[in-house]
Design a protein around this ligand. Structure first.
Ligand SMILES: [Zn+2]
Length: 381
């Protein structure tokens, strides 16, 4: 293992060079022509750096996802990354790539272009020491994670189901780079109320206010929150009505739902999906779902985490911690299918925020941690 650590420590500058290249190609999820450029660049890079076989996985609405493979065999290990970001085109003008005090700043650095860099160098390190594997290694690089992985989800689930372990290179948490061993499930609901419009001054009795009905439903929804159980139902956006003297014909709300356990998911989802109007003259339409199930810490996750902790301590002198988070990731999908370790990506701060950055000296270390996990789990025992 020491040779992996040394190999990667010597590549810190190359890692920063590649990170800069990746950040300079802006890749907002909803602009497929841009994420496609990012995918092309990554396809070329992974083939220059390693002996991977790369396949493009078609996406109906977004740019193709990439699947890189090393070795062969029926058993496999899976690494999950995404190359889209939440930052719109042009962000680099206000938020340029820069290095200050040992940190690399820029859109997508932390979430999760540095994670991709770390994965590619980890695989290069493994090839350089001629480590042999009994298992195939599959690296997925997807283009729509920040949208909830609408088109990459089936690919991720299919690969996870075939894998003995899954490593997700989402950012780590906190200044010490804790891994994420539990994540909340995430849902979005669009609620539309259809009322009956009428003149509020002349014949108010003929109307049925969609806004009043929505107010009732907001109270109902908010009461589904149970902080002790880790469940939140947040009506985050509302709109409705057409004029102050018209009884509102339509009103609309967008609701964010987070659940910590499957039990809570099963309690809350039907209560939202079967909403009935208080006022029978109005109608309620509910669209949406809990699209990412909660990632609950299993025994398999515990074993993976303890192994990572031991490797980090022995070879990197890092005291690895674990945390849970309210944010979702592709780990929510994979954990239901195979033991999953998430937050294995960069150490830094500011995902989706203007101070987004990674700590440069941690990049080779985190890359080495992934490489060591692959070496350990790549042998059938
Ligand atoms: Zn991410």
């Amino acid at each position: 293992m020491d040779d992996i650590v040394q190999y990667l420590q010597a590549r810190q500058e190359e890692m920063v060079v590649l990170l800069r290249e990746l950040v300079l190609i802006e890749s907002p999820s909803n602009q497929p022509e841009l994420t496609a450029q990012m995918g092309d660049y990554l396809e070329k890079t992974v083939q220059e750096m390693t002996r991977a076989t790369v396949t493009r996985l078609p996406s109906d609405d977004y740019s193709p996802h990439l699947k890189a493979e090393w070795g062969e065999g029926d058993d496999q290990l899976l690494i999950v990354t995404h190359f889209d970001t939440v930052w719109p085109e042009g962000t680099l003008e206000e938020m340029p790539f820069k290095i200050e005090d040992g940190k690399a700043y820029g859109p997508g650095t932390f979430d999760m272009k540095a994670g991709i860099v770390q994965a590619l160098f980890a695989l290069q390190a493994i090839e350089s020491i001629n480590q042999s594997f009994d298992k195939k290694i599959v690296l997925l690089m997807t283009s729509d994670e920040e949208l909830g992985s609408p088109t990459s989800k089936p690919y991720i689930e299919a690969e996870a189901a075939k894998s003995d372990a899954v490593f997700v290179l989402e950012p780590s948490q906190g200044e010490h780079g804790a891994l994420k061993t539990a994540r909340k499930g995430v849902g979005t609901y669009d609620i539309t109320i259809h009322g009956v419009s009428s003149h509020a001054g002349i014949e108010p009795e003929k109307g049925a206010s969609a806004i009043e009905e929505l107010a009732e439903q907001i109270t109902y929804l908010s009461n589904l929150t149970d902080l002790d159980k880790g469940t939140t139902v947040n009506v985050g956006m509302i709109d409705g009505g057409s004029s102050k003297n018209v009884i509102a014909e339509e009103a609309h709300a967008v609701v964010d739902v987070r659940v910590q356990t499957e039990e809570e998911m099963k309690r809350v989802a039907p209560l939202i999906e079967s909403i009935q109007p208080e006022n029978d003259d109005t109608r309620v339409d509910v669209k949406g779902e809990i699209y990412r199930p909660p990632l609950e810490k299993t025994d398999g996750i515990e074993v993976l985490f303890e192994r990572a902790q031991a490797l980090a301590k022995q070879y990197l002198s890092i005291d690895l911690e674990e945390e849970s988070t309210g944010g979702g990731s592709d780990a929510n999908f994979t954990a239901a299918l195979s033991p999953t370790l998430d937050g294995l990506g960069a150490v830094g701060d500011g995902a989706h925020a203007h101070h987004e950055h990674v700590v440069i000296e941690q990049m080779p270390k985190r890359s080495a941690l992934l490489a060591m996990l692959l070496c350990e789990y790549g042998q059938s025992s």
